[in-house]
Design a protein around this ligand. Structure first.
Ligand code: TYD
Length: 207
């Protein structure tokens, strides 16, 4: 879908920081953009987010988790993404279906096909035009960050989970290279931001 761009990467790659800087830049330039995130992004979806990420919910069934992510996504699309796209705005979404593919499908081991199918039901035609992947291995990310945030249920899982997630992203990119802009996120925040903007300019999203 034209003007719908998603941003993905492993935990701790600096995705939130890079997205915030991009938002500031786009606003400065006067672009008609909406920045949003998943899970969450709208009132009801943020309520679902709290249930999913609550460290007290460690007994949550993996399939329940996958459905909650998809459920939050349906609501977020309805409340934020679809109205903005209808108004001709460019929507940047911090995480979307590819997070479910790799975290639930591969990391949790539910199977990629099943999670792709579930999300096809959830999103219908609302797939991103392309996806920015901030490329940093979990080893590098966790070293830079100084460890995981154990109060976050997704970050508290063991390391092999995050390695599977990273390999999963790489496999998705290999399968559909045109659908991704891979950004080397191992340099300074400035360097990464520059590479990100260059990629968006190449795609004609920004000048
Ligand atoms: P968040 O604190 O937003 O992490 P980040 O800043 O790295 O994006 O938490 C989102 C967590 O939810 C993150 O660990 C990835 C996970 N997640 C899934 O497992 N499946 C999904 O479909 C989505 C959207 C996120």
């Amino acid at each position: 879908m034209r003007n719908f761009i998603t941003i993905e990467g492993c935990d701790g790659v600096g995705k939130t920081h890079q997205t915030r800087r991009l938002k500031e830049y786009c606003e400065q330039m006067g672009y008609d953009v909406v920045f949003t995130r998943e899970p969450g992004g709208s009132d009801i979806a943020e309520q679902i987010r709290r249930i999913i990420l609550d460290a007290a919910n460690c007994d949550m069934d993996d399939m329940c988790e996958a459905f909650l992510y998809a459920a939050a996504r349906i609501q977020h699309l309805k409340d934020i993404v679809k109205p903005a796209l209808r108004q001709g705005k460019t929507v940047f979404c911090d995480r979307f279906v590819h997070s479910s593919y790799v975290y639930q499908g591969l990391g949790r081991g539910l199977g990629l096909d099943k999670i792709v199918q579930l999300n096809r039901i959830a999103v219908g035609e609302y797939m991103p035009e392309f996806t920015v992947f901030l490329d940093l291995s979990p080893e590098q990310a966790f070293m830079r960050k100084g460890g995981a945030d154990k109060s976050d249920r997704m970050e508290a899982v063991d390391f092999s989970f995050h390695q599977q997630v990273y390999q999963g992203y790489k496999a998705l990119i290999q399968a559909e290279p045109d659908k991704f802009e891979v950004i080397d996120a191992s340099g300074s925040a400035e360097q990464t931001q520059r590479l990100l903007r260059q990629a968006l300019a190449r795609r004609g999203v920004i000048k």
